[in-house]
Ligand binder design. Sequence first.
Ligand code: GAL
Length: 644
Amino acid sequence: MLGVCYYPEHWPEEIWADDARRMVETGISVVRIAEFAWSRMETAPGVFDWSWLDRAVETLTSAGLKLVLGTPTAAPPRWLVDLHPEILPVDRNGQPRLFGSRRHYTPASPAFIEATRRIVTAMTERYGHHPAIIGWQVDNEFGCDDTIFSWGSLDRSQFQAWLKTRYGTIDGLNTAWGNDFWSMALTDFAQVELPARQVCDVNPAVQLDFMRCRSDLFLDYFRLQADIIRAQAPGRFVTHNFMGFSHTFDHFEMGRQMDVASWDSYPLGRVESLPFPEAERNRWARTGHPDISGLQHDLYRAVGNGRFWIMEQQPGPVNWANWNAVPERGMVRLWTWEALAHGAEAVVYFRWRQYRKAQEQMHAGLLRPDHAASQGGKEAQRVAEDLRRIGDLPATTPASVALVFDYQAAWVTQFQPQGKDFDYRMLKLRWYEAFRRLGIDVDIVEPGASLSGYRLVLVPTLPILTEAALKAFAETDALILFGPRTGSKDENFAIPQSLPPGPRLQHLMPLTVAEVESMRPGLSASVSGAVCGTVTRWRDYIETDLDILSRFADGEPALVAAGRLHYLAGWPEADLLNTLARYLLEKADLAILDLPDHIRLRRRGPLTFAFNYGPESWTVPVAAERLLLGEAELKPYDVACWRM
Ligand code: GAL
């Protein structure tokens, strides 16, 4: 399905019907509406005006469109802020963040919870049984603009209560956090401060707990809305639109509460926001890095237990990155097909028409402000034509390689990078990229998920090893590669007594990480042996009697193995990752295909898709008559598809 985000509240009613007709003509079948329209729905406390939304729903659905309704809680109205200023989130300096954009609330505020209950109940009472409303999106992009955090007194009390539940007694907390250090011992939970504005380093154990606490708070907030929706809109799916490369709360936990996950795909903005070298940024400025979207599709397929949507797809230049390029001609279509190839059930473009006013006036839509179709609009229409030609897409089948992704790993390495450039987002992206460059499909899995059926499991790093994760590693027959810092912390952010990778992994793989080193840019260590290449950024110094497959130039172990388990003692650069990937894939008996850096493949059931992210053509490895989409010479920014 193709869809679009639409804001009837921005447009005169006279054009709604024509918009609906043109959406259908474009090949759109589902429309998301209403997620920021709180002030139009509830005009004063408890005073609802549904008339305009009734008419919008009627206009769109009578054109044959299905709807996803967003609850509007990301945009609390002015009257609510006036009545309850305490709903505003508080910044790290103790200042309330002000009204005038969006996401200006903390769910630690009981008044906000009450207001949420009221609007979501009223909205679902009104529309819950509408036959053309197929799903509900809760809120909009939790965490956008640093809004998981709030540092006010309500947040502090909520944190204190959360800690009391976790530790029971203040002594328990003192022990867990190591509060004998620097005289930090407390005698009451009421003394706990939020981890902001301390004079110097904050205890990373406190930061980790605060993160867990906020993650739970937003999970509860999601659940509150989801429960109301499920009670009043039975049979409709419930989702939330996650952001790409956003790690500020545990998406797996929230995904378990959803019928389908969804995420918002803005490939060009991501090239700007991730710490790529400048040359690479320039290279992918108009296409997006070829693995940025794929990695997130694979993540959200896992978050949604196999089901995901793209709830917002970049349709052209956006407004919010440092620089905002026009995508190469063809990329909007390519991104759409790539999402579908990775298993997306729907791709919903953001937005229908560019709005001449307010914050996003420089953000493209499928239509230009003068109502003509934009380049993105034309490409969306082409996807609709492609889809009519190809017919129903087959189900996605599991890959042979899995990559373990963990939110706690993101938090631990963020709070204690130890080296400035130890960035978990880049680590997982680089590992993923190395295997995708060899034509391999990669599933993302959470720690503790069953690994049965996989032949190779990649663990770029996993500082906190849970029982469930260890059990899954012990039970699979797959080869496993653990990266640096795995097992380096316990639940409470302490170094294991037996040193990393901790007693339970040491039981399977006897080795000790005796010292660690972060390396400044420009420093590196070369590796040779079964795998060769360069380590930068991070090095573990290992003591072990295990088989040493590769060594650093100074003779220290770089890659060691205990049967099917492998441990890599450093941050691998592309050269090392490439030989590692080949070595492990061969050992796992998986076929590789050497691809140019701008080509990616992805299978969906018996279909194989090829994507060209670069300016040079590529010859597809299949006879022309087998092609369902594209040509034997895959042109720049084009897509091909064939049946195996
Ligand atoms: C998303 C957000 C949308 C819109 C879009 C612009 O983060 O959910 O409402 O702001 O970005 O790219």
